[in-house]
Design a protein around this ligand. Sequence first.
Ligand code: AMP
Ligand code: MG
Length: 346
Amino acid sequence: MKLLVALIYVIISTLLTACTDTPKDYQREFFAMGTLISVQLYDVPEAMAERTLNEIEADFQAMHRDWHAWEDGPLVHLNQALAAGESFAMPDVLAPLIPPAIALAEQSDHLFNPALGQLFALWGFQGNARDTLPAKTAIDAILQQQPRMTDLVLNGNIIASTNPAVQIDLGGFAKGWAVDLVIEKLRAAGIQNAIVNTGGDLRAIGSHGKRAWRIGIRHPEQPGAIAAVDIKDDEAVFTSGNYERYFEVDGIRYHHILDPRTGRPAEHTASMTVIHPNGASADAAATALFVAGDDWPRIARQLAIADVLRIRSDGAIEATATMAARIDWLTSQDSALIIRGYNEAN
Ligand code: AMP
Ligand code: MG
């Protein structure tokens, strides 16, 4: 009898040890940068996971303050200086974002144009939902001054602008930069399997054990995912969608991704998803390609973005061949997928 009890004890404790040895997920969710952030770590010692998640949450709150375009902080101070025609010494938390934002604006033919802060503020996507459209004269007054990232003059951390109409708004890019910084930090700490998700836009590294991280791509018109992709080791998946932030006037929806050529919400696209190793490039590219509309293959080539999925406003779906090859559709599609890409003559 004693032997039996001992044997059962050994079996149970072996099972328990086996359970605790199974790698675990650690997840933390919180609000920052105007969205729900979710960080998931896999196969990390528990104490390290807790400490790291605490640090990341604090990092996101700091990035929220440092890069906010209208809550008092370094970017607001920078914009005040530019409007006054003065130069500004950028703190280290802000300075590194500006050169890549200039480069991405140039590579996208300024369809990604974070210098249009005045226009974004005019449309009011920053604050309460509005029930009237901004005046055409007010839109035109901003466009006539042609604010562009290339109006900025950098000398180390000192920034000035040759155009006082430049107001920087990093809303189309900052989440990408944030996930890159956080992934770098995780890697430096020796963490190899993680997802850093900012409201559906994310970068994932490693895998979930034997399975690749599987990422859903949201359906622009229905709840839930339209498709899924598996992450290859280290990639960012970013989507710009007309459903993310918008208001309605007389039954017409006005969304928050503005076309710098018209000063109005970009037309003909419902959502634009890109996959790229780097989060900042993926974020800026999703915004730029959304604005580009039918011209997206040309801008994707300039930005060196290979994997693109566009859901048009009319419901048709376009993708590059590399993207089409890796997508798993979760809903049946009414029409054939249109393959477009780098070699297309347009
Ligand atoms: P995203 O969701 O990444 O496409 O970013 C949209 C946000 O970026 C908006 O809320 C604006 O703050 C800003 N934005 C809108 N249109 C543009 C544009 N053409 N270029 C750069 N940023 C933009
Ligand atoms: Mg973006």
